[in-house]
Write a protein that binds this ligand. Sequence first.
Ligand code: ZN
Length: 270
Amino acid sequence: MKDILTAPWLTELVRTCTNMYAHGWDERNGGNISVRLDEVQLADYVYLTDVKRRIPTGFRAETLDGMYFLVTGTGKYFKNVQYDPAANLGVIRLVDGGETAELLWGYSDGGKFTSELPAHLMSHAVRLAIDPESRVVMHCHPNNLLAMTYIHDLDERAFTRTLWQMETECIVVFPEGVNVLPWMLCGTNEIGDATAEKMKTARLVVWAQHGIYGAGRDLDETFGLIETAEKAAEVYLKIAHLPWKQTITDDALHQLERRFGVKAREGYLD
Ligand SMILES: [Zn+2]
């Protein structure tokens, strides 16, 4: 067996957690990430028959049965992940129709996966049905997006259009826009269901007065989605209270669609 701490999929997640903490998106134990892994990626690093613990997940996810995930631990601080990956992260295999997580590595201090596992796995199931290459679900608390949910209309079309207008690359990076959930109690199957439902039409789902969920094919793509939306929100907050002389027009957004071969969410542009 190779040393798991040298596995590319592990070191990339460790670096991502450190980077997200540095961005100020993951104060204290805020934020969580799950990455779907293939058996072949794991086989050199983990004994797949050596189940350390069986942990109930509290919900069913039949389509994910037998799949492997690297998941951040509940109550863990992103800032500490780099110093002790084995305590802060875990590799699980879902069995019993998703109702049980078999722990293969990690959570070495007796811990378990994030309390937001329902939202993660329900989102994985939805995104996988749309894109078989989808692998990552990421949740964090970016300052400017969070602030924007206090002062901006939460209507998804209006929210998306404002972000698209704040930076030219936004419509290219997330042409499907961002979806928005009103404030809901976190850590529940209900918010997991609601998030997954929103994931059917966009890779970004804002949780009002809380943070954001992103989904993508890899950590870079998912981080980049959130990073771009967060930058747009920052620009918005810098100018929201000032008189605007100009903005990115719908005509300009249509030009970007043509230039970059993307299609804006139906009905979102005039
Ligand atoms: Zn959160």
